[in-house]
Design a protein around this ligand. Structure first.
Ligand code: 13P
Ligand code: SF4
Length: 331
């Protein structure tokens, strides 16, 4: 599952590279050429492989990527991220071609909240406003009143005012929102991210003891055992901005390890330490879904305009409303 590393931030690649026989330089040149020919834009999340982030026209967190998808003039969006992100781009751009390097790049949060079960669960909460984290399928979005991301969840729940709310599918982000928004009554769907779930409080405390001046910075998908020690909790882009501006020299970073690439570039004078999972032998802080995407697969996606992400029109129209509501509430 992993491949040899030659730099500290180089991450394992999951999945089989297509047998193209092209080296990395040839692939990158090919991707640039195809991008121009296709009038394509490459959008990438911070959890992608370094080389995909470096090739992208825009790298951002989930909200920024949705905003970039909403405003692009390109004919083709090549989305280096996971399925729900590309699906959101397609919902916003029904007339554009949206391709992904690997259609199987899923998400444990989205997979853990199937729309039929979610619909039945919602029947228990009539009259509640349904706030869904963007890490969910188009079908779940279509059952929601407003979408949020990790960077605007607290703001959106606060802005909804004193109405009963169900929050899905991440129970850790939901618990964080409860605290921050002073909304103890939020009803939470019990989903988790398989990556942020594995960070170990015991090993974090050991690291903190070894680096007494370090600040812990954490993504709100982490469980409370990590968040209670965090000096700052924010989305991926928020964590990078914080590492850049904080006077601290050392940071223990509790989120997916792909973030270290841009964080190191933005804050080159800082020492960045990846928060450890409980199992020392496991690369559990690497998202296996994100890591399915490779340079080769991106090249093929632009060459063949496959695989494409599509959303049935009735679902798209219903899912667009809560996404648009989020975008309107985020300006
Ligand atoms: P953000 O991009 O909003 O920080 O969320 C991270 C994430 O889990 C993407 O899957
Ligand atoms: Fe989903 Fe977690 Fe991977 Fe993000 S890091 S895509 S939330 S499984």
């Amino acid at each position: 599952m992993s491949q040899p590393t030659d730099t500290p931030h180089r991450l394992p690649v999951v999945g089989q590279a297509p047998p193209l026989g092209l080296n990395a330089d040839e692939l990158e040149a090919g991707i640039r050429r195809l991008k121009a020919e296709r009038n394509a834009v490459i959008l990438a999340h911070y959890y992608q492989e370094d080389e995909l982030q470096d090739l992208a026209d825009f790298v951002g967190d989930s909200l920024q990527l949705s905003q970039a998808a909403a405003s692009t003039k390109a004919d083709v969006i090549a989305f280096c991220g996971v399925h729900f992100m590309a699906e959101t781009a397609k919902i916003l751009n029904p007339d554009k071609i949206v391709v992904v390097p690997d259609l199987e790049a899923g998400c444990s949060l989205a997979d853990g909240c199937p729309a039929p079960a979610f619909g039945r669960w919602l029947e228990k909460y009539p009259g509640h406003t349904v706030v869904s984290y963007i890490n969910c399928s188009a079908e779940v979005k279509a059952l929601s009143d407003v979408i949020c991301t990790s960077s605007n969840a607290v703001k959106i729940v606060k802005a909804l005012g004193d109405v009963p709310i169900v929050f899905a599918p991440d129970k850790h982000l939901g618990a964080f929102v409860k605290k921050q928004a002073g909304r103890d009554d939020l009803v939470l769907w019990p989903g988790t991210c398989m990556v942020h779930e594995t960070f170990s409080e015991r090993r974090l405390l050991e690291l903190m003891a070894l680096h007494p001046g370090a600040e812990v910075i954490a993504h709100p998908e982490c469980h409370e055992g990590i968040l209670r020690h965090a000096h700052h909790v924010a989305s991926t882009s928020g964590l990078i901005a914080y590492a850049k501006k904080s006077p601290a020299r050392t940071f223990i970073v509790a989120t997916e390890a792909g973030i270290l690439h841009k964080m190191a570039a933005e804050a080159p004078d800082k020492e960045l330490i990846a928060a450890p999972p409980e199992d020392e032998s496991c690369a559990c802080n690497v998202c296996p879904h994100m890591r399915r995407n490779t340079l080769e697969k991106l090249y093929l996606a632009l060459r063949d305009l496959q695989p494409q992400v599509d959303v049935p029109e009735p679902t798209r129209v219903r899912a667009l409303k809560p996404i648009q509501r989020m975008l309107d509430m985020s300006v």
